[in-house]
Design a protein around this ligand. Structure first.
Ligand code: UDX
Length: 421
């Protein structure tokens, strides 16, 4: 059992704190937001991460987990995890202000190891180790939103960068997980994280471009990706076309890696192309919606189903759904949106949010699915068809059954399939 400090209680920090406590360690989690500290200390978890709330409550009840606004409470702890945001700055490079604040507040003990879980540019951990004069281990996370506890407990790999014995000591924290451990230097661990996330983005941009090619050639994207997925070097994941990739990680990590490349004199053209293709994917979806609306959007009412960046989250950050909505609004469309993960009937940018899918469909010329919520397949599409003005659904996620919609009198347009199938 180790004495662990965690700085930050976002989905990464809170998952790390609760799961390490669940592994039997003693964890103090410092969070700057007092209201969040109060909520968490009562066992209230606002994040919709499955299994996280009971894990937090178990840790509190066992006395192995506590929350505080005071960074000084981490002083002297054997391991201090930095789990704070590193958002993209105006030039795309990662903003390290929050990491530096953790460091400034840190009063290490004789055995303290700083564990950097935040995604930081190559060279950051070595620089911190040099200036702080304490061992630093890079330990990037690979937690998907909506699957964070699962991914912590069943990681494909634990990635550790730094020097011995600090790396071995951090590896021991995770020993009970029985996962493969990659032990390497700081730079390789830092780059390994960016390289992994950026590759996922590359794969998605490629699939989205293939879907557009299918629409032009009459091929079926599902058959094409099925063919690809059976090649074990490609695999079945991240082959679903959509309105683009988003969220709090992939966009910032891809732009940060391009910035790292530029600073190092290596133009990551392939990654820049993937970012550009992602922006164009938003435009392509708008073009499909405009076509479905009869060629114009000005004054046209559109019903949006899905606003979050992906299903299973409440997260609107860098959501492709909102990128598409912004373009639709700029073209004069009138937008109403329903998302089961986002409650409250206020505005989300240009979208009038409603809590009832019928209100999203009411009077709409086109209905558009932008997030892959499974419950959209279970909606009463006959009722939605009855209140909609138009008879077409643009399903950018492929979660609906065109045959079932035809039964409701609706045409279903999907990415990667011929129009009007
Ligand atoms: C990602 C990485 O997966 C995770 O390893 C890292 O630690 C954090 O960033 P997350 O941001 O939760 O996780 O999103 P992810 O599940 O990767 O999806 C990213 C985007 O790609 C979403 O907008 C999602 O809708 C989209 N996506 C994903 C597709 O469009 N098609 C797919 O097949 C899969």
């Amino acid at each position: 059992m180790a004495a662990v400090g965690v700085a930050g209680a976002g989905y990464v920090g809170l998952t790390t704190a609760a799961c390490l406590a669940g592994l039997g360690h003693d964890v103090t989690c410092a969070e700057v937001d007092q209201s969040k500290v109060d909520q968490l200390s009562r066992g209230e978890v606002a994040l919709g991460e499955p299994d996280l709330a009971p894990l937090v409550r178990d840790g509190l009840a066992a006395g192995r987990l506590r929350f505080t606004p005071d960074p000084g409470a981490l002083d002297g702890r054997e391991f201090v995890f930095a789990c704070v945001p590193t958002p993209a700055g105006p030039d795309g490079a990662a903003d390290l202000g929050a990491v530096e604040a953790v460091l400034a507040a840190l009063h290490p003990g004789p055995h303290t190891v700083l564990v950097v879980k935040s995604t930081v540019p190559v060279g950051t951990c070595a620089r911190i180790a040099e200036t702080a004069g304490i061992p630093v281990v890079s330990n990037p996370e690979f937690l998907r939103e909506g699957h964070a506890v699962h991914d912590f407990r069943h990681p494909d790999r634990i990635l550790l960068g730094g020097e011995e014995p600090a790396v071995a000591r951090v590896a021991a924290l995770y020993a009970d997980l029985g996962a493969p451990v990659v032990r390497t230097d700081h730079a390789s661990a830092e780059l390994g994280k960016y390289a992994s996330n950026a590759f996922l983005a590359l794969k998605l941009s490629y699939v989205n471009l293939l879907a557009r090619l299918c629409e032009r050639t009459g091929a079926d994207i599902d058959a094409v990706t099925r063919t690809m997925s059976l090649d074990e070097r490609i695999g079945p994941h991240f082959l679903h076309p959509g309105p683009g990739w988003g969220g709090s990680c992939l966009p910032k990590d891809t732009s940060a890696l391009v910035a790292t490349g530029a600073a190092a004199g290596v133009d990551l053209t392939i990654l820049r192309s993937a970012i550009e293709a992602n922006d164009r994917q938003h435009d392509h979806v708008v073009a499909r919606i405009r076509q479905a609306a009869g060629g114009r959007l000005d004054g046209v009412r559109i019903g949006l189903f899905g606003l979050t960046f992906k299903a299973g989250t409440h997260d609107l950050r860098d959501s492709p759904a909102l990128a598409v909505a912004a373009r639709l609004a700029a073209a004069g469309a009138v937008l109403t949106g329903y998302d089961p993960g986002v409650t409250g009937g206020d505005q989300a940018g240009p979208v009038q949010r409603v809590d009832d899918p019928v209100l999203a469909a009411k009077g709409a010329r086109v209905l558009v699915v932008l997030t892959e919520w499974p419950e959209f397949g279970g909606l009463d599409w006959s009722q939605l068809a009855a209140v909609a003005e138009g008879d077409v659904v643009v399903d950018t996620r492929g979660v609906l059954d065109p045959a079932a919609l035809r039964g409701s009198g609706l045409r279903c347009l999907r990415l990667g399939h011929p129009a009007g199938e």
